[in-house]
Design a protein around this ligand. Sequence first.
Ligand code: PBG
Length: 327
Amino acid sequence: MTYPAVRPRRLRRTAALRRLSAQNRLAPADLVLPMFVREGIEAPRPVASMPGVVQHTRDSLRKAAHEAMEAGVGGLILFGIPAAKDARGSGADRPDGVVQVALRDLAADLGDATVLMSDLCLDEYTDHGHCGVLTPAGEVDNDATLARYAEVAVAQAAAGSAVVAPSGMMDGQVAAIRTALDTGGHPDLPILAYSAKYASAFYGPFREAADCAPQFGDRAGYQQNPANADEALREVRLDIAEGADAVMVKPALAYLDVLRRVADAVDVPVAAYQVSGEYAMVEAAAERGWIDRERVIDEMLLSIRRAGAGIVLTYWAVEAARRLARG
Ligand code: PBG
């Protein structure tokens, strides 16, 4: 009888050994909670395809943000749904626009106890649902959109955003926003760029949550082709050259290979966005009793960390933070 001398199982024998030898772990402070705030509603509205997620009123947002901060999350990212939409997405940068009002509330309530971020895009605010303004022919006009993003960035900064996160995938958006912030009196405001954002079917439930499905066509003319991985590195390098302080890969689950390559390639913080479809799939299967909900959530979050994300945007941020805090 010969015995194997090398026994990887030795370190798996007890929970304490497994904990000690764990290569990757998450902390509450690594998690960012995306939140929706809707103008003109009296009570929070559930998002049917995302059980547990709501469109907040101004007040319910304040309460939920406070709870998230108490749970120790590293940050919040706000999405606004205006009462009225138009072709240029005017609500995105009006001082009394829904996100600007919410940013002022939360900045006053929370100060710097957590990081208050704002998604910077036009799709929730345009009547056509695209992430930019359109040419007369109905195409998204890159450079005219940059001018709008610059205005939105300054409006969000003035309202108290601590990080702006451009998600529209227009060429040159980081440079345009950096210049606008610098010349507008906000040279210290960081930009978290959604650098490698794919044209993904996993955004389906979000379009209900943010009421922003494109009214014609799709976003494949500006978001990345799921077939491409090298292109993500190109986008990331461009954004960093334009002044991005941190970069993001989105979605997470189906793009963990891209995340790993980005994390290996750059020396700025890397975030990953576990998107609405990832959330909905798990909640739906768990509702049917087909999977162990909590274990699946924790395993997915850990996989995102293992693939190289320092920062994880997830609709489970508060729940996961509480679990992580318990150990
Ligand atoms: C665009 C934006 C989207 C998401 C975040 N920002 C939608 C899209 O590109 O269609 C998706 C987030 C999610 O699915 O959870 N402003």
